[in-house]
Design a protein around this ligand. Structure first.
Ligand code: NAD
Length: 271
């Protein structure tokens, strides 16, 4: 019988908990959930209770060292830290906080990297098309993201800019227009999709991003437009939020499960 790979999950919030369930349920033929890491004491206790028959709580460095596959579902800062450790020990890593991969020291590590980093498409569709198009010439990649105000709350951008005061239920306001590199810096927890799109296509300095908000928006909506030698395409993804977290789209969780399954599949469909 083939040995099952040891999985460690960092971050026991919406995505980490859902992925822990997926590992013990959907991937049990290939993988064992062995380690968990959660910095919030109460959440950690809850996580331990839920998964006590499978995994135990350990500090981050120990988790990376002892796991074959590490799932990061915490923050861009943690993503950067995990990639640094994982590259030292040649580990496989699934990164959810993809914005963390664009920090200059991490970019440098990834250049010489021996480990395998998986970045799910997350809450957008069209990543397969961008990946294919990038083998020819791409002229434009544009992401227009629409989020309800509660999904933007707490973003670093609003420490320097006023949070939009919307006068009516239907008023729409553009809160950001620029390149992905700046969007990721200002909205590190809210715009991982811009990081995914940048890595798949023309990079963070050439990927254009707009962020809009309105109280009329229900869930996060992402419109991706790509123009290149292949032609053009536009995808629109109208997301439903994950239960209990308006900032995270349910599709991001499903996409991560699909990426994990693909990593073990003998037939791999899609670009
Ligand atoms: N790629 C995508 O499309 C996509 C979509 C949604 C969210 N995300 C990102 O995925 C990450 C997880 O999202 P979520 O919705 O589960 O968030 P969440 O807030 O529900 O959970 C994050 C958890 O990580 C824990 N955490 C933070 N720092 C930690 C540390 N140093 N060590 C251990 N635990 C730590 C927090 O206590 C929290 O429980 C976020 O960074 C988010 O921005 C990516």
């Amino acid at each position: 019988m083939k040995k099952k790979i040891k999985v460690g999950i960092i971050g026991g919030g919406t995505i980490g908990t859902a992925l822990a369930h997926a590992v013990v349920k959907d991937l049990k033929a290939f993988a064992q959930l062995k380690f968990l890491c959660e910095k919030h004491t109460e959440k950690a206790a809850l996580l331990q209770k839920k998964f006590q028959f499978y995994a135990r709580l350990v500090p981050l460095t120990e988790l990376v060292r002892r796991s074959d596959l590490i799932i990061e579902a915490a923050s861009p800062k943690v993503a950067a830290q995990v990639v640094k450790l994982a590259s030292k020990w040649n580990k496989k890593v699934l990164i959810m906080s993809v914005g963390g991969l664009l920090q200059p020291p991490v970019v440098e590590i990834l250049r010489k990297n021996q480990s395998r980093i998986f970045c799910p498409s997350g809450a957008i569709t069209g990543v397969d098309g961008v990946l294919a198009a990038a083998n020819g010439k791409i002229r434009k990649v544009r992401l227009v993201t629409r989020k309800p105000p509660e999904a933007l709350m707490g973003a670093a951008y609003f420490l320097k800019h006023p949070f939009p005061v919307l006068k009516s239920l239907t008023e729409e306001r553009r809160v950001f227009c620029g390149v992905a590199a700046d969007a990721i810096e200002h909205f590190p927890q809210n715009i991982n999709v811009a990081a995914v799109l940048s890595l798949a296509g023309v990079g963070p300095e050439r990927t254009q991003v707009e962020i809009w908000t309105s109280r009329a928006y229900k869930g996060n909506r992402h419109e991706v437009t790509v123009e290149g030698d292949f032609g053009t395409f536009t995808t629109i993804t109208q997301n439903r939020p994950a239960p209990g977290n308006p900032k995270t789209s349910y599709l991001a969780i499903l996409s991560a499960i699909a990426t994990l399954k693909k990593a073990f599949a003998s037939v791999r469909v899609g670009t």
